[in-house]
Design a protein around this ligand. Structure first.
Ligand SMILES: [Zn+2]
Length: 470
Protein backbone atom coordinates (compact mmCIF):
# COMPACT_ATOMS: atom_id res chain seq x y z
CA UNK A 1 0.00 0.00 0.00
CA UNK A 2 1.32 3.45 -0.90
CA UNK A 3 2.23 5.69 2.02
CA UNK A 4 -0.37 8.38 1.30
CA UNK A 5 -3.08 5.75 0.97
CA UNK A 6 -2.07 4.32 4.31
CA UNK A 7 -2.18 7.80 5.85
CA UNK A 8 -5.69 8.30 4.47
CA UNK A 9 -6.78 4.96 5.86
CA UNK A 10 -5.58 5.84 9.34
CA UNK A 11 -7.19 9.28 9.09
CA UNK A 12 -10.59 7.69 8.41
CA UNK A 13 -10.16 5.25 11.29
CA UNK A 14 -9.09 8.17 13.49
CA UNK A 15 -12.10 10.30 12.59
CA UNK A 16 -14.47 7.43 13.28
CA UNK A 17 -12.91 6.92 16.67
CA UNK A 18 -13.59 10.57 17.50
CA UNK A 19 -17.19 10.72 16.32
CA UNK A 20 -18.44 7.36 17.56
CA UNK A 21 -18.58 6.80 21.27
CA UNK A 22 -19.57 3.32 22.37
CA UNK A 23 -22.04 3.72 25.19
CA UNK A 24 -22.40 1.25 28.04
CA UNK A 25 -25.82 -0.35 28.50
CA UNK A 26 -26.28 1.77 31.66
CA UNK A 27 -25.86 4.92 29.58
CA UNK A 28 -27.94 3.62 26.67
CA UNK A 29 -30.97 3.43 28.99
CA UNK A 30 -31.10 7.22 28.97
CA UNK A 31 -30.56 7.81 25.25
CA UNK A 32 -33.62 8.74 23.17
CA UNK A 33 -31.74 9.84 20.03
CA UNK A 34 -28.46 8.49 18.72
CA UNK A 35 -28.73 9.12 15.00
CA UNK A 36 -25.89 10.49 12.89
CA UNK A 37 -28.24 13.03 11.26
CA UNK A 38 -30.91 14.94 13.22
CA UNK A 39 -33.05 17.96 12.32
CA UNK A 40 -34.69 20.07 15.02
CA UNK A 41 -37.53 21.86 13.30
CA UNK A 42 -39.81 24.81 14.23
CA UNK A 43 -37.95 25.64 17.44
CA UNK A 44 -37.59 28.88 19.32
CA UNK A 45 -33.84 29.23 19.05
CA UNK A 46 -31.86 30.97 21.78
CA UNK A 47 -29.37 33.06 19.81
CA UNK A 48 -27.09 33.93 22.70
CA UNK A 49 -24.70 36.02 20.65
CA UNK A 50 -27.39 38.38 19.34
CA UNK A 51 -29.38 38.10 22.59
CA UNK A 52 -32.56 37.18 20.73
CA UNK A 53 -34.96 34.27 20.62
CA UNK A 54 -35.53 33.49 16.94
CA UNK A 55 -38.93 32.01 16.05
CA UNK A 56 -39.50 28.96 13.83
CA UNK A 57 -35.92 27.84 13.27
CA UNK A 58 -34.45 24.59 12.00
CA UNK A 59 -31.12 23.19 13.12
CA UNK A 60 -29.45 20.28 11.35
CA UNK A 61 -26.86 18.14 13.11
CA UNK A 62 -24.55 15.57 11.52
CA UNK A 63 -22.07 13.37 13.37
CA UNK A 64 -22.29 15.47 16.51
CA UNK A 65 -21.75 18.82 14.81
CA UNK A 66 -24.18 21.58 13.85
CA UNK A 67 -24.16 21.76 10.05
CA UNK A 68 -27.05 24.14 9.28
CA UNK A 69 -29.16 26.74 11.10
CA UNK A 70 -31.87 28.77 9.40
CA UNK A 71 -35.52 29.77 9.22
CA UNK A 72 -37.72 26.64 8.93
CA UNK A 73 -39.31 28.09 5.77
CA UNK A 74 -35.93 28.37 4.08
CA UNK A 75 -34.14 25.27 5.29
CA UNK A 76 -35.60 21.98 4.14
CA UNK A 77 -34.70 18.73 5.83
CA UNK A 78 -32.92 16.29 3.52
CA UNK A 79 -34.24 12.71 3.30
CA UNK A 80 -32.94 10.19 5.81
CA UNK A 81 -32.56 12.74 8.59
CA UNK A 82 -34.31 12.03 11.91
CA UNK A 83 -36.68 14.95 12.46
CA UNK A 84 -37.75 16.26 15.86
CA UNK A 85 -40.59 18.77 15.65
CA UNK A 86 -40.01 21.36 18.37
CA UNK A 87 -43.13 23.48 17.85
CA UNK A 88 -43.75 25.35 21.13
CA UNK A 89 -40.36 24.37 22.48
CA UNK A 90 -37.08 26.21 22.90
CA UNK A 91 -33.64 25.09 21.78
CA UNK A 92 -30.74 26.37 23.86
CA UNK A 93 -27.00 25.77 23.73
CA UNK A 94 -25.83 23.28 26.37
CA UNK A 95 -24.91 24.98 29.64
CA UNK A 96 -21.23 25.62 30.32
CA UNK A 97 -20.99 25.97 34.09
CA UNK A 98 -17.73 26.94 35.69
CA UNK A 99 -17.94 26.51 39.45
CA UNK A 100 -18.96 22.89 39.85
CA UNK A 101 -17.95 20.09 42.16
CA UNK A 102 -18.48 16.37 42.24
CA UNK A 103 -18.90 16.60 46.02
CA UNK A 104 -21.53 17.60 48.53
CA UNK A 105 -20.94 19.35 51.86
CA UNK A 106 -21.92 17.30 54.90
CA UNK A 107 -22.19 18.86 58.36
CA UNK A 108 -21.65 16.99 61.60
CA UNK A 109 -23.96 18.14 64.41
CA UNK A 110 -21.14 19.98 66.22
CA UNK A 111 -20.15 21.83 63.02
CA UNK A 112 -16.52 20.95 63.81
CA UNK A 113 -15.64 20.36 60.19
CA UNK A 114 -17.34 20.85 56.90
CA UNK A 115 -16.87 17.42 55.38
CA UNK A 116 -16.82 17.34 51.61
CA UNK A 117 -18.07 14.04 50.30
CA UNK A 118 -17.46 12.92 46.74
CA UNK A 119 -20.65 11.87 44.93
CA UNK A 120 -19.39 10.21 41.74
CA UNK A 121 -22.69 8.50 40.93
CA UNK A 122 -25.36 11.15 41.36
CA UNK A 123 -23.66 14.46 40.62
CA UNK A 124 -22.43 13.79 37.06
CA UNK A 125 -25.97 12.62 36.22
CA UNK A 126 -27.60 15.66 37.81
CA UNK A 127 -25.33 18.01 35.91
CA UNK A 128 -26.19 16.45 32.58
CA UNK A 129 -29.90 16.25 33.38
CA UNK A 130 -30.11 19.98 34.17
CA UNK A 131 -28.66 20.88 30.78
CA UNK A 132 -24.93 21.17 31.55
CA UNK A 133 -22.89 19.69 28.73
CA UNK A 134 -19.57 21.15 29.95
CA UNK A 135 -18.47 21.91 33.49
CA UNK A 136 -15.33 23.04 35.21
CA UNK A 137 -14.82 21.46 38.64
CA UNK A 138 -13.45 24.54 40.35
CA UNK A 139 -11.37 22.81 43.05
CA UNK A 140 -11.05 19.10 43.66
CA UNK A 141 -11.28 17.09 46.87
CA UNK A 142 -10.73 13.71 45.20
CA UNK A 143 -8.70 14.55 42.10
CA UNK A 144 -8.32 10.98 40.89
CA UNK A 145 -12.05 10.44 41.20
CA UNK A 146 -12.68 13.60 39.14
CA UNK A 147 -10.10 12.58 36.53
CA UNK A 148 -11.49 9.06 36.25
CA UNK A 149 -15.05 10.38 36.02
CA UNK A 150 -13.96 12.56 33.11
CA UNK A 151 -12.33 9.56 31.41
CA UNK A 152 -15.38 7.34 31.91
CA UNK A 153 -17.78 10.05 30.70
CA UNK A 154 -15.65 10.65 27.59
CA UNK A 155 -15.59 6.90 26.91
CA UNK A 156 -19.37 6.58 27.28
CA UNK A 157 -19.22 4.35 30.35
CA UNK A 158 -21.17 6.72 32.60
CA UNK A 159 -23.49 9.68 32.15
CA UNK A 160 -22.20 13.18 32.65
CA UNK A 161 -21.07 16.44 31.09
CA UNK A 162 -17.67 17.05 29.49
CA UNK A 163 -15.27 18.15 32.22
CA UNK A 164 -12.46 20.63 32.69
CA UNK A 165 -10.94 19.02 35.78
CA UNK A 166 -9.48 21.52 38.21
CA UNK A 167 -6.58 20.32 40.36
CA UNK A 168 -6.89 20.06 44.16
CA UNK A 169 -7.30 23.44 45.83
CA UNK A 170 -4.11 25.47 46.13
CA UNK A 171 -4.39 26.47 49.77
CA UNK A 172 -2.08 28.20 52.23
CA UNK A 173 -1.61 27.82 55.99
CA UNK A 174 -4.76 28.01 58.11
CA UNK A 175 -7.20 26.00 56.00
CA UNK A 176 -10.59 25.26 57.53
CA UNK A 177 -11.02 22.08 55.47
CA UNK A 178 -9.35 18.86 56.61
CA UNK A 179 -9.09 17.64 53.02
CA UNK A 180 -6.92 20.47 51.67
CA UNK A 181 -3.16 20.53 51.35
CA UNK A 182 -1.37 23.66 52.55
CA UNK A 183 1.34 24.83 50.16
CA UNK A 184 4.65 25.78 51.79
CA UNK A 185 5.58 28.51 49.29
CA UNK A 186 6.21 29.38 45.64
CA UNK A 187 8.58 26.47 44.94
CA UNK A 188 5.97 23.96 46.04
CA UNK A 189 3.22 25.87 44.22
CA UNK A 190 5.16 25.54 40.96
CA UNK A 191 5.84 21.83 41.55
CA UNK A 192 2.16 21.33 42.46
CA UNK A 193 1.03 22.82 39.14
CA UNK A 194 3.53 20.67 37.24
CA UNK A 195 2.43 17.50 38.98
CA UNK A 196 -1.33 17.95 38.64
CA UNK A 197 -1.03 19.07 35.02
CA UNK A 198 0.93 15.87 34.38
CA UNK A 199 -1.94 13.89 35.94
CA UNK A 200 -4.43 15.43 33.51
CA UNK A 201 -5.87 18.41 35.39
CA UNK A 202 -6.64 21.27 33.01
CA UNK A 203 -7.26 24.18 35.39
CA UNK A 204 -6.23 25.45 38.83
CA UNK A 205 -7.81 27.27 41.71
CA UNK A 206 -6.20 29.32 44.46
CA UNK A 207 -8.02 29.17 47.77
CA UNK A 208 -8.58 31.46 50.74
CA UNK A 209 -5.25 31.22 52.56
CA UNK A 210 -2.87 31.08 49.59
CA UNK A 211 -0.41 34.00 49.73
CA UNK A 212 0.78 36.24 46.93
CA UNK A 213 4.17 34.57 46.20
CA UNK A 214 2.59 31.09 45.94
CA UNK A 215 -0.32 32.29 43.84
CA UNK A 216 2.01 34.19 41.50
CA UNK A 217 4.23 31.13 41.03
CA UNK A 218 1.17 28.96 40.31
CA UNK A 219 -0.29 31.44 37.81
CA UNK A 220 3.01 31.76 35.93
CA UNK A 221 3.49 28.00 35.79
CA UNK A 222 -0.08 27.29 34.69
CA UNK A 223 0.08 30.01 32.02
CA UNK A 224 3.35 28.55 30.71
CA UNK A 225 1.36 25.36 30.09
CA UNK A 226 -1.57 27.23 28.51
CA UNK A 227 -3.81 26.49 31.51
CA UNK A 228 -6.04 28.86 33.47
CA UNK A 229 -6.20 29.80 37.11
CA UNK A 230 -9.19 30.96 39.09
CA UNK A 231 -9.49 31.82 42.75
CA UNK A 232 -11.75 31.96 45.76
CA UNK A 233 -9.35 34.27 47.53
CA UNK A 234 -9.11 35.94 50.89
CA UNK A 235 -5.46 36.53 51.90
CA UNK A 236 -4.87 37.91 48.40
CA UNK A 237 -7.18 40.72 47.25
CA UNK A 238 -8.95 40.79 43.88
CA UNK A 239 -6.78 43.68 42.73
CA UNK A 240 -3.56 41.94 43.75
CA UNK A 241 -4.62 38.72 41.97
CA UNK A 242 -5.63 40.65 38.84
CA UNK A 243 -2.26 42.37 38.83
CA UNK A 244 -0.60 38.94 38.93
CA UNK A 245 -2.60 37.83 35.90
CA UNK A 246 -5.26 35.56 37.42
CA UNK A 247 -7.84 34.54 34.80
CA UNK A 248 -10.95 34.40 36.92
CA UNK A 249 -12.42 35.13 40.35
CA UNK A 250 -15.16 33.07 42.01
CA UNK A 251 -18.31 34.03 43.96
CA UNK A 252 -18.83 37.37 42.28
CA UNK A 253 -17.58 40.15 44.53
CA UNK A 254 -18.79 38.55 47.75
CA UNK A 255 -15.40 37.27 48.91
CA UNK A 256 -13.34 40.32 47.94
CA UNK A 257 -11.10 41.50 50.79
CA UNK A 258 -9.97 44.57 48.86
CA UNK A 259 -11.70 47.01 51.18
CA UNK A 260 -11.35 45.30 54.56
CA UNK A 261 -10.10 47.96 57.00
CA UNK A 262 -6.57 47.32 58.31
CA UNK A 263 -6.17 44.17 56.22
CA UNK A 264 -2.68 42.76 56.62
CA UNK A 265 -0.83 41.73 53.46
CA UNK A 266 -1.10 37.99 52.75
CA UNK A 267 -3.48 37.45 55.68
CA UNK A 268 -7.09 36.32 55.45
CA UNK A 269 -9.12 38.40 57.92
CA UNK A 270 -11.33 36.50 60.37
CA UNK A 271 -14.33 38.51 59.35
CA UNK A 272 -14.86 39.70 55.79
CA UNK A 273 -17.51 42.41 55.72
CA UNK A 274 -19.69 42.78 52.61
CA UNK A 275 -17.91 44.70 49.89
CA UNK A 276 -20.35 47.59 50.16
CA UNK A 277 -22.64 49.52 47.88
CA UNK A 278 -22.72 49.00 44.14
CA UNK A 279 -22.79 52.78 43.83
CA UNK A 280 -19.59 53.43 45.74
CA UNK A 281 -16.69 54.80 43.71
CA UNK A 282 -14.26 52.21 45.09
CA UNK A 283 -16.45 49.30 43.91
CA UNK A 284 -16.77 50.92 40.48
CA UNK A 285 -13.01 51.39 40.40
CA UNK A 286 -12.38 47.70 41.20
CA UNK A 287 -14.84 46.67 38.46
CA UNK A 288 -12.96 48.86 35.97
CA UNK A 289 -9.63 47.39 37.03
CA UNK A 290 -10.80 43.77 36.65
CA UNK A 291 -12.23 44.51 33.21
CA UNK A 292 -8.98 46.18 32.13
CA UNK A 293 -7.07 43.09 33.30
CA UNK A 294 -9.56 40.81 31.48
CA UNK A 295 -10.51 38.90 34.61
CA UNK A 296 -13.68 36.80 34.33
CA UNK A 297 -15.97 36.84 37.35
CA UNK A 298 -18.07 33.80 38.27
CA UNK A 299 -21.53 34.44 39.64
CA UNK A 300 -22.57 31.81 42.20
CA UNK A 301 -25.82 33.34 43.38
CA UNK A 302 -27.59 30.12 44.40
CA UNK A 303 -25.10 29.06 47.03
CA UNK A 304 -25.07 32.57 48.51
CA UNK A 305 -28.83 33.01 48.26
CA UNK A 306 -29.51 29.71 50.01
CA UNK A 307 -27.67 31.04 53.06
CA UNK A 308 -29.95 34.08 53.35
CA UNK A 309 -33.61 34.27 54.37
CA UNK A 310 -34.75 36.07 51.21
CA UNK A 311 -36.68 33.02 50.06
CA UNK A 312 -36.63 29.87 52.15
CA UNK A 313 -38.70 27.67 49.85
CA UNK A 314 -36.92 24.60 48.57
CA UNK A 315 -37.88 22.88 45.35
CA UNK A 316 -39.56 19.61 46.42
CA UNK A 317 -37.37 17.77 43.89
CA UNK A 318 -34.28 18.80 45.88
CA UNK A 319 -35.53 17.00 49.00
CA UNK A 320 -36.72 14.03 46.95
CA UNK A 321 -33.28 13.70 45.37
CA UNK A 322 -31.58 13.37 48.77
CA UNK A 323 -30.88 10.07 50.49
CA UNK A 324 -32.90 9.76 53.75
CA UNK A 325 -30.04 10.48 56.17
CA UNK A 326 -28.72 13.36 54.04
CA UNK A 327 -32.22 14.82 54.05
CA UNK A 328 -32.41 14.46 57.85
CA UNK A 329 -29.03 16.15 58.28
CA UNK A 330 -30.00 18.89 55.88
CA UNK A 331 -33.36 19.60 57.52
CA UNK A 332 -31.71 19.68 60.97
CA UNK A 333 -29.14 22.30 59.96
CA UNK A 334 -30.96 24.13 57.23
CA UNK A 335 -32.37 26.98 59.31
CA UNK A 336 -29.11 27.43 61.22
CA UNK A 337 -27.31 27.91 57.91
CA UNK A 338 -29.66 30.64 56.77
CA UNK A 339 -29.00 34.10 58.09
CA UNK A 340 -30.96 37.32 57.56
CA UNK A 341 -27.72 39.31 58.02
CA UNK A 342 -26.77 38.24 54.51
CA UNK A 343 -29.91 39.55 52.85
CA UNK A 344 -28.82 43.13 52.22
CA UNK A 345 -25.36 42.07 51.04
CA UNK A 346 -26.96 39.53 48.70
CA UNK A 347 -29.08 42.18 46.99
CA UNK A 348 -26.05 44.43 46.68
CA UNK A 349 -23.98 41.55 45.29
CA UNK A 350 -26.55 41.07 42.53
CA UNK A 351 -26.36 44.75 41.62
CA UNK A 352 -22.55 44.67 41.50
CA UNK A 353 -22.48 41.61 39.24
CA UNK A 354 -24.96 43.30 36.88
CA UNK A 355 -22.83 46.43 36.92
CA UNK A 356 -19.69 44.43 36.11
CA UNK A 357 -21.44 42.83 33.15
CA UNK A 358 -22.98 46.10 31.94
CA UNK A 359 -19.54 47.71 32.02
CA UNK A 360 -18.21 45.05 29.66
CA UNK A 361 -16.91 42.44 32.12
CA UNK A 362 -17.18 38.74 31.32
CA UNK A 363 -19.58 37.21 33.85
CA UNK A 364 -19.89 33.42 33.89
CA UNK A 365 -22.01 31.30 36.23
CA UNK A 366 -21.55 28.31 38.47
CA UNK A 367 -23.43 26.29 41.06
CA UNK A 368 -20.94 25.61 43.86
CA UNK A 369 -23.02 22.79 45.35
CA UNK A 370 -22.03 23.43 48.98
CA UNK A 371 -23.23 26.18 51.32
CA UNK A 372 -26.36 25.37 53.26
CA UNK A 373 -26.70 22.03 51.51
CA UNK A 374 -29.75 23.24 49.55
CA UNK A 375 -27.65 23.84 46.46
CA UNK A 376 -27.39 20.51 44.68
CA UNK A 377 -25.77 19.86 41.34
CA UNK A 378 -28.43 20.15 38.65
CA UNK A 379 -31.26 21.73 40.63
CA UNK A 380 -28.90 24.28 42.15
CA UNK A 381 -27.37 24.85 38.73
CA UNK A 382 -30.77 25.85 37.38
CA UNK A 383 -31.33 28.07 40.42
CA UNK A 384 -27.98 29.82 39.79
CA UNK A 385 -29.13 30.66 36.28
CA UNK A 386 -32.63 31.66 37.37
CA UNK A 387 -31.29 34.04 40.02
CA UNK A 388 -29.44 36.01 37.35
CA UNK A 389 -32.85 37.38 36.36
CA UNK A 390 -33.36 38.56 39.97
CA UNK A 391 -30.13 40.50 39.42
CA UNK A 392 -31.74 42.29 36.48
CA UNK A 393 -30.65 40.19 33.52
CA UNK A 394 -33.28 39.20 30.96
CA UNK A 395 -33.86 35.45 30.50
CA UNK A 396 -31.86 35.38 27.25
CA UNK A 397 -29.03 37.33 28.92
CA UNK A 398 -29.01 34.77 31.74
CA UNK A 399 -28.82 31.96 29.17
CA UNK A 400 -25.92 33.71 27.47
CA UNK A 401 -24.05 33.91 30.79
CA UNK A 402 -24.68 30.18 31.32
CA UNK A 403 -23.55 29.20 27.82
CA UNK A 404 -21.48 31.51 25.64
CA UNK A 405 -19.83 33.36 28.52
CA UNK A 406 -18.88 30.09 30.21
CA UNK A 407 -17.38 28.83 26.95
CA UNK A 408 -15.42 32.08 26.58
CA UNK A 409 -14.17 31.84 30.16
CA UNK A 410 -12.81 28.36 29.43
CA UNK A 411 -11.39 29.38 26.05
CA UNK A 412 -13.77 26.99 24.26
CA UNK A 413 -16.07 29.46 22.51
CA UNK A 414 -14.88 28.33 19.07
CA UNK A 415 -16.30 24.84 19.79
CA UNK A 416 -19.25 25.25 22.17
CA UNK A 417 -21.46 27.87 23.84
CA UNK A 418 -23.81 28.89 21.01
CA UNK A 419 -25.95 27.31 18.29
CA UNK A 420 -23.83 27.95 15.21
CA UNK A 421 -22.63 25.95 12.23
CA UNK A 422 -19.41 24.10 13.02
CA UNK A 423 -19.98 23.96 16.77
CA UNK A 424 -20.66 20.81 18.77
CA UNK A 425 -24.31 19.77 18.89
CA UNK A 426 -24.54 20.40 22.64
CA UNK A 427 -28.17 21.43 22.90
CA UNK A 428 -30.96 21.68 25.44
CA UNK A 429 -34.64 21.25 24.56
CA UNK A 430 -37.13 22.82 26.94
CA UNK A 431 -40.88 22.83 26.86
CA UNK A 432 -42.03 26.43 26.51
CA UNK A 433 -40.68 29.83 25.63
CA UNK A 434 -37.39 30.68 27.31
CA UNK A 435 -37.76 34.38 26.55
CA UNK A 436 -40.97 34.52 28.63
CA UNK A 437 -39.85 32.87 31.83
CA UNK A 438 -36.40 31.74 32.90
CA UNK A 439 -38.05 29.10 35.14
CA UNK A 440 -38.93 27.25 31.93
CA UNK A 441 -35.41 25.78 32.12
CA UNK A 442 -36.94 23.41 34.71
CA UNK A 443 -39.14 21.97 31.96
CA UNK A 444 -36.20 20.31 30.35
CA UNK A 445 -36.95 17.43 27.96
CA UNK A 446 -33.68 16.42 26.30
CA UNK A 447 -30.03 17.27 26.63
CA UNK A 448 -28.02 16.62 23.48
CA UNK A 449 -24.30 16.14 23.99
CA UNK A 450 -22.29 15.85 20.77
CA UNK A 451 -25.55 15.14 18.96
CA UNK A 452 -26.72 12.32 21.25
CA UNK A 453 -30.06 13.00 22.96
CA UNK A 454 -30.46 12.09 26.62
CA UNK A 455 -33.84 12.01 28.36
CA UNK A 456 -33.48 14.55 31.17
CA UNK A 457 -36.45 13.53 33.29
CA UNK A 458 -35.43 9.88 33.21
CA UNK A 459 -31.99 10.87 34.49
CA UNK A 460 -33.44 13.03 37.27
CA UNK A 461 -35.72 10.15 38.32
CA UNK A 462 -32.82 7.72 38.42
CA UNK A 463 -31.03 9.59 41.23
CA UNK A 464 -34.04 10.07 43.51
CA UNK A 465 -33.23 9.27 47.11
CA UNK A 466 -29.52 8.80 46.39
CA UNK A 467 -27.86 12.22 46.65
CA UNK A 468 -25.53 12.25 49.65
CA UNK A 469 -25.13 8.49 49.56
CA UNK A 470 -23.28 7.90 46.30
ZN1 LIG B 1 -16.53 25.90 45.26
Amino acid sequence: MKKWLLAGFYLIIGLQAISQTTYSSAVKNFIDYDSSAIAFTHCKLADVKQLKVLEDQTVIVRNGLITAVDDSKKLSVPPGVTTIDLTGKSLLPGFVLVHEHMYYAAYPSDFSYLNLKQLPVTFPKLYLACGATMIRTAGSIEPYSDLNLKRDIDQGKILGPAMDVTAPYMEGKGSIFPQMHELSGPAEAKAFVDFWASQGCTSFKGYMFIDKPSLKAAIDEAHAKGLKVTGHLCAVTYREAAEMGIDQLEHGFSVSTDFVPHKKENACPLYVPPIGSADSPYVKDLIRFLIDKRVTVTSTLAVLYNMTTLDTTIRPEVLEAMAPDTRDMFLTHYNKMRNPFGNKAMLEEMKIEKQFSDAGGLLAVGTDPTGSGATLAGYGSQQSIELLTNAGFSPIEAIRIATYNGAKALGLDNKIGSIEVGKAADLVVIDGDISQDIKNIRKIIWVFKDGVGFNAQRIFSSVKGQVGKY
